[in-house]
Ligand binder design. Structure first.
Ligand code: BTN
Length: 325
């Protein structure tokens, strides 16, 4: 089966708004026989698409499976570049190495890798990221901004704002950002972002932005040890979210904010990040590999570095840490 034809048929079915698609028309458009088109339709049915065949009219889609296949995301895309190349896997160890590989082979700005399940999802600081099958968004985005590597940490904050805005748009719930880029709802983590780089001394070749969003999990979908600190959008709102629509919305904001950042620098994004932050103005503990700093989170610098004032009046710049509030 030709995957491009199957993708195009799926896209047409998803965007036909209940209008029948003529088998003959599809056959003519793709230069195939009607039997070949019918085989593609059967294959889609096996994947969970419910397709009615109306005599003399054609195929009508009655329902589609909850999946992150390219055609499902594509129907919601509003972007110029982001999400125009989609690599989809049902199951993989992690989307990050696949995205690294694609970036090295020249994948364009805004290409994504997305999957239903990760069997070895990676978190920050070499932690494990639980990625339950079909319940969340496990995605890596390849971004190629023309910036020096020193500016890359700011990008993590840009991504956090984009995902927060997307969750607000789609699920009507406001997440808060815990520095640098954990998204919390009601104090529990619903999104994590992992930023990895391909760069030389003075130029970023690609940022591989790993985004994990807990979308439709129930509490028992999380391992027991994180059940008290993790949450999902569904657990908070009681509503199931169309993950493909949320992916498209994340890409929408990510493209806008990436362009804003490249054109005007971090300053406008810093203001947005601060408006969603739940870290600033609080007493926090910053846990680093070799030390801990406790004090008042004053703000972030124009480089995205967290400033903490300890009780002796000293101000410390925190570049990377786990934050306890
Ligand atoms: C964190 O520790 O908070 C960051 C979690 C990042 C998880 C995402 S899921 C998609 C991508 N692939 C991975 O293996 N990790 C990131």
């Amino acid at each position: 089966m030709n995957p491009t034809v199957k993708y195009e048929i799926t896209k047409r079915l998803l965007t036909a708004n209940g209008q029948p698609l003529s088998g003959q028309q599809l056959a003519d458009d793709f230069g195939l026989s009607r039997t070949a088109i019918w085989k593609h339709i059967k294959e889609l049915e096996e994947e969970g698409y419910e397709i009615e065949t109306i005599k003399k009219k054609g195929y009508v889609l009655s329902s589609s499976p909850d999946s992150l296949q390219a055609a499902k995301i594509n129907q919601y895309l509003t972007t110029k570049r982001f999400g125009h190349t989609i690599h989809y896997e049902v199951s993989c160890p992690s989307t990050q190495p696949i995205a690294h590989q694609m970036a090295q082979s020249g994948a364009p700005d805004g290409s994504i890798v997305v999957c239903e399940e990760q069997t070895a999802g990676k978190g920050r600081m070499a932690r494990v990221w639980t990625s339950t099958q079909g319940k969340g968004i496990w995605m890596s985005v390849i971004i190629r901004p023309e910036i020096p590597p020193t500016k890359a940490p700011q990008f993590t904050l840009v991504a956090a704002v984009a995902v927060t805005r997307a969750i607000e748009d789609i699920a009507d719930v406001r997440a808060e950002i815990k520095w640098p880029n954990d998204l919390l709802i009601n104090g529990k983590k619903c999104t994590g972002i992992l930023t990895e780089l391909q760069a030389d001394m003075d130029r970023v070749h690609a940022i591989i932005l790993g985004i994990g969003v807990n979308v439709n999990q129930q509490v028992t979908d999380f391992p027991e040890e994180i059940q008290s600190i993790a949450t999902s959008i569904q657990m908070v709102t009681g509503k199931t979210v169309d993950r493909a629509e949320l992916v498209a919305r994340i890409l929408h904001h990510l493209e806008i904010y990436t362009d804003l950042y490249v054109m005007h620098g971090f300053e406008p994004l810093k203001i947005l990040w601060e408006s969603y932050s739940c870290t600033l103005g609080k007493r926090i503990k910053a846990i680093m590999i070799h030390q801990q700093i406790e004090g008042l989170a004053l703000g972030i610098t124009s480089e995205g570095i967290l400033q903490v004032k300890t009780d002796d009046g000293q101000i410390h710049g925190i570049y990377s840490a786990d934050i306890e509030i």
